[in-house]
Design a protein around this ligand. Sequence first.
Ligand code: ZN
Length: 436
Amino acid sequence: MATVLQAYQFALDPTPRKHGSLASHAGAALFAYNWGLELVTTRLDQRRAGQDVEVPWMLPELRREWNRAKHQVAPWWQENSKEAYNSGLDALARALKNWSDSRSGRRKGRTVGFPRRKKKRRARVACRFTTGQIKVLPDRQHVQLPRIGVVRTHESTRKLARRLEQGTARILAATISRRGDRWYVSFTVEVERAIPTSNGKPSVVGVDVGVRHLAVLSTGQTVANPRALEGSLRKLRRLNRELARRKPGSKHRNRTRRRLAQVHARAANLRRDAHHKLTSALATEHGTVVVERLNVAGMVRNRRLARAIADSGLGELRRLLAYKATWYGCRLVVADRFYPSSKTCSGCGWVKAKLTLAERTFRCEACGLVVDRDLNAARNFAKLVESVAQSGWETRNARGADQKPQRAGQVAMKREAGTGSYPDKTGIVEPQGLTA
Ligand SMILES: [Zn+2]
């Protein structure tokens, strides 16, 4: 048995009153974020002007400043849980850290700009609770949150409730957020799971995660992007054009904006669903899955590809695969990013000097093999493992260096806005399920 962190998310069906309370908490988080940002900016200016002032940068300092100022700047602060303000300040502290890390070269990837004011309509508003009454009620149709109280869920909480009743799960935190017109609660849960060392399947499958398709497998199977998603993308393009025509501040503009948010939310759901299905199938049906380490940040910079890549959410897919492989005892091997999977012939190993992105078919000049580009890549990934088979957990990566296959999906949580990177273990959430 191993303890893993897992997120359980449920859509909510709040009454108008609860809706107001949820919005108030999210608004409070946003308020604290913007307030803190202004304070930091002012202090930085003062310091630049030669004044000897302290610039709050980390969460404890920001919190101290907030507690000093809140009676003045937000006399209504008691209407919301203090965790709402904390969520906003925490998000700010992380944004500041990302910026300074990026500046000093400690952070990889694209340059991170100085945090900007969050706008009410644009921001992903979220509030995270780590203490107080956080519960999944036994009727499996309601959850209880601090301050907000009991809220009806749109879907059954059965999956989580069952684990809580069995005593194999413990809720560490709850985050409320809004996407489109819908509110969600996401529970961060510590789960006891039996982690098998192997799923007993002998097969090795190479996966080429793509843009035109969701994935191409070395078995020859092509997993298409969900049809409905394409439809949603068409709708998004239309609504975006419509929005540009609407007068700012008009009723119609507001309506278009709301529709746009709904279609966005639906597209995200469809994509997530497809990713879950694919990764579960891969991790349960094959003993070893080989994928490529993708440089998503680097690819997104290429403007033409940007939309499509962001859409297919490759990073998300890899993240799901990492933790599902662990759960189901599947071996996940991640090939080096510089392995020429597309340029190498999967039949004879001949390497093509140049292959443009437009060339959809691979033609081998040595053995005459003609094969779909993505399938060729997928087969090369599968071969990568076959060639080093029986080497146990220590697998060679494509460049020949010893490398432990990435199997550490133990903490495979997506970090949410307004949450810390680790659940707050000092929280005093009632260990629901463990006491029963
Ligand atoms: Zn060949």
